[in-house]
Ligand binder design. Structure first.
Ligand SMILES: NC(=O)c1ccc[n+]([C@@H]2O[C@H](COP(=O)([O-])OP(=O)(O)OC[C@H]3O[C@@H](n4cnc5c(N)ncnc54)[C@H](O)[C@@H]3O)[C@@H](O)[C@H]2O)c1
Length: 322
């Protein structure tokens, strides 16, 4: 398999331009690429252009790559036209196996042998999506965190038919564009990050529904405590540092038995109608009467400020962890 140089990509295709696809288009444009888009919904051109237009001031604030230009977005009438000449395709069609497979059947007939197709799928297995297609060796998951024009993470995983070189290529493409791409050694439902946030939220639901604390207090305990560190490093490194000079080995000596006892006591609630009703009430309490759209606007403002600050301080500090 001969793939192009991932560090000198000039253009990409975005297939499916809803919530996530339009955000991907914004991201690729801001990184100075030509972006060819196709979506089957009538009037998608106006919607994706409006999305990019709304997000562009933020991209300017966070920093555009040389050559970045909103006019490098081109909407196409067919998927074949959008992917023609694109070495990398980011697919963000609806989360539905038959829809994605029908799309892949069309793309498969038109794909060049040096093109990699990455699916944004949050929960589907690539083995299900790629099975039986001629170009399966170059099909994989490139799962973003929403919205990908702001949140850096991408999770990359291939299926049994994916060539390792295609996975290396996708990771190199994302990294060249400034996204920290993580590699899953094998596919697993929900990838990494959604499993982690679900695990955390399962315990939050347990604490709330068993009367330990309100959702507001549980959320505060995350956002103003470990959440601040989690923006910098994951829990393994947090506890490696927690052991001082002795690292995680020492941490196990200090806190190992306690951690085991906390694990033994964790809850495993099911999403029953009763649990859902309690959580809906508690979520309203956590919102404190503020309209959802207002909270979302404030969150976006704070998130952009956080990304801006971290980018600036990281560049001042130079290379190194975290
Ligand atoms: N929304 C999220 O938070 C999020 C986060 C990460 C990944 N994803 C993944 O991104 C993908 C898209 O999700 P979304 O939230 O953008 O959905 P969405 O409903 O907002 O957008 C889907 C788009 O696909 C288009 N579409 C319909 N049929 C199509 C077809 N046959 N081929 C191509 N496009 C088609 C629709 O017109 C629509 O514009 C899903 O696989 C989802 O799992 C979503």
């Amino acid at each position: 398999m001969t793939l192009p140089d991932p560090n000198s990509l000039k253009n990409v295709a975005v297939i499916g331009a809803g919530t996530v696809g339009a955000s991907w288009a914004t991201f690729f444009l801001a990184r100075g690429l030509d972006v060819a888009v196709w979506d089957p919904a009538p009037g998608f051109e106006g919607r994706v252009e409006a999305y990019v237009g709304r997000a562009w001031p933020t991209m300017e604030r966070l920093g555009l790559s040389p050559g970045a230009n909103i006019r490098r977005l081109v909407c196409h009438k067919t998927p074949e036209a959008a992917i023609a000449g694109a070495p990398f395709i980011q697919e963000s069609a609806p989360e539905d196996v038959p829809i994605k497979r029908a799309l892949y059947a069309t793309l498969d007939r038109a794909l060049r042998p040096d093109t990699v197709l990455a699916s944004s799928s949050s929960g589907l297995l690539i083995s299900e999506l790629q099975k039986g297609f001629r170009n399966a060796p170059r099909m994989l998951i490139g799962h973003p965190f929403n919205p990908p024009h702001l949140i850096p993470l991408v999770e990359v995983v291939g299926g049994p038919d994916t060539e390792p070189a295609a996975i290396d290529f996708a990771i190199a493409v994302y990294k060249a564009l400034g996204k920290p791409a993580v590699r899953l050694k094998r596919e697993v439902t929900g990838h990494i990050a959604n499993r982690l946030q679900s695990a955390l939220w399962r315990e939050a639901v347990h604490l709330i529904t068993t009367g330990v604390a309100s959702a507001e207090d549980v959320d505060t305990a995350i956002a103003y405590g470990p959440g601040l560190r989690w923006a910098l490093m994951g829990q393994t490194l947090v506890w490696h540092l927690g052991g001082g000079d002795g690292g995680l080995q020492r941490m196990f000596e200090i806190l190992g038995p306690a951690i085991q006892s906390w694990w033994d006591d964790l809850g495993a609630p099911d999403l029953t109608p009763e649990v859902k009703a309690i959580m809906v009430r508690e979520a309203a309490g956590a919102a404190g009467g503020q309209p959802i759209l207002e909270i979302a606007k404030r969150r976006d403002e704070l998130l952009i400020g956080l990304i801006e600050t971290l980018t600036r301080i990281r560049s001042e500090l130079g290379p190194g962890k975290p």
